[in-house]
Design a protein around this ligand. Sequence first.
Ligand code: 5GP
Ligand code: ZN
Length: 112
Amino acid sequence: MNDCLFCKIIAGEIPSAKVYEDEHVYAFRDINPQAPTHILVVPKEHIGSAAELTEENSAAARCLVAAAKIAEREALTGGYRIVSNVGSDAGQTVKHLHFHILGGKRLDDTMA
Ligand code: 5GP
Ligand code: ZN
């Protein structure tokens, strides 16, 4: 069994505020929200980051399709931002691919 925090959340070993789940994707509220709506969308398959994706793997596409459904459910009608940090310069702290959905306010104009 691996020691990945998000794998444990997906398995239900660590509690989370789930907002969406399907066969391939799990989504839950970020514990330290950076915006009024801050949700993490993760593939159930353990992938370290977007840098480990391959053409054959549909995990990222499935996450993005789920993110659009979640944004609609969360009524993010004014728009939202999807962010995936890769590696230390980007501040990736959990080494399991995840997409942040940020919304519910006018977001900063800068992305870096
Ligand atoms: P990263 O910095 O790797 O892009 O994002 C990791 C995110 O996971 C952070 O925004 C952080 O607040 C969130 N996070 C870390 N531990 C937990 C946890 O145990 N539960 C939840 N719901 N979010 C977490
Ligand atoms: Zn994992």
